[in-house]
Ligand binder design. Sequence first.
Ligand code: N01
Length: 545
Amino acid sequence: MSAPSHDPQPASPTVPSSVDVAVVGAGFSGMYLLHRLRELNLSAIVFEAGGDVGGTWYWNRYPGARVDVESLAYSYSFSEELEQEYEWQERYPTQPEILSYARHVADRFDLRRDIFFETRVTAASYDEQARTWLVRTGHGDEVTARFLVMATGCLSSSKLPEIPGLDRFEGPTYHTAHWPHEGVDFTGMRVGLIGTGSSGVQSIPVIAEQATALTVFQRTPAYSLPARNRTLRPDEIADMRANYRAFRQAQRESGFGVPTPIPEKSALEVSEEERDATFEQAWESGSLVNLLTAFHDLSIDQAANDTAKRFIHRKIHQIVRDPRTAADLCPEYPVGTKRPCLDTDYYETFNRPNVRLVNLRRTPLVEITDRGVRTSDDEYAFDAIVYATGFDAMTGALTNVDIRGRGGASLKEAWSAGPRTYLGIGSAGYPNLFMITGPGSPSVLSNMVVSIEQHVDWVIDAIEHLDRQGLRTIEPTEEAQDAWVDHVNLIAGATLYPKANSWYMGANVPGKPQVFMPYAGGVGEYRKTCDEVAAQGYKGFALST
Ligand code: N01
């Protein structure tokens, strides 16, 4: 994959000593936040570890990377001019296309002059006397801010497999979330790839076309649907442009941030023919949401979910010629309880003579050696290794910063048994600290751009409210936070989500507490709750002068 040109604007020369708002991260959240803060005439700066805007889309440049929400929906809604002028190319745009959209937004709204690139925030501590945050960067900069907003993304702290020998391999290694900007040419190479989540599923078909041989090491298979990606037709773009306002409203009221008809039928009440025809339609549509909402009980009833599982297993066996490989590619956990994937020729790739699958459930990984990868029964020699092994999701990027609230309490320690937030926006003990799409909000169970805009708008309204009322601090109460955590758990407990060892549960990071982190009640319901909280004078938050 050829990376887009890497041409960040120079950052401002010096970090100011004090601002109204310090923002961490210049992905879709940090960019929109900066734009809104400027509209309020507040002074703001953004610290960004990467060399340019884009967040996820700046880092994840692996071959085949693209979003699995349609481009016209995975875009900002805050500017009608932006909506009308930006020309999306594909139904599911590639990483370079999305990054170029982010760069366009940064240019159009002149955002870069307040963003400090290649600057990682390492610590932030709250001064209870002054009621300000002191934010420190890896370069030794310090800035005092009335408010601190962590716009750090849910999937930004990457992880490697926990096996010995990671530094022993003599060839090049790559993590999908830190792909070289200049791209990688695997021509003539024997490549080993570990991990079959969305990043693995998207990159495997592309790497297989280049490499002499590709060996895929799979611990847990993914459910994946064909994306049926294509170039957008001019009439589709014109239609969308004419109807954006109604579409945006429908997004905000929907379950996943993607408008879909609400299913009325149970998978168990229809005939087998009707059920298969419904699943077939979803499979053909190239939309994950269509599959997940094909029947109303897929996410809550095991027997209903089993019907979707059997349908996908059948598809895998129809596509993959070798029966043992096909069986190894069939997941057993309920459909949708780990993040499902959208692919281009994923299962077909296992019919290629240069691709083989190693089932780590049968022969576990033992170590990385100087030549390649050793499992319990063999050593595989490679010229390059790709780690598609994911992230310390949802909390990693927050707890990696040494955040200290009231009494010097560390956020990492406060969350040692799992994240505790009110609405996924704030945490008790951390006044004037906001999280964008934090744990306890729909975040990763939704179209991220919809959830990001909702949180940014809510935070902006909250700051405006405080300033208008002459108030200086806002902080969730312990009671409201406890009740919200219970509510998040109650909703998750009514679904099949906890049945899988997923990163939603923290299960992919050894030692991480296993709690279901996102809010599963849906984007529309969640928005109503947040709006009610604000309308009732920020109920559940303590506000003070
Ligand atoms: O990461 P993952 P990802 N030994 O955690 C395996 C979003 N995203 O980067 O499942 C062996 O899903 C691990 O195995 P297991 C999307 O939300 C979106 O692929 O833990 N294997 C798994 O197979 C997605 O869900 C898009 O048993 C090990 C894989 O590595 C999220 O990002 C594209 C291992 C990691 O999969 C994360 O996706 C890309 C070990 N020690 C990403 N450790 C789109 O929009 C881990 N694994 C399309």
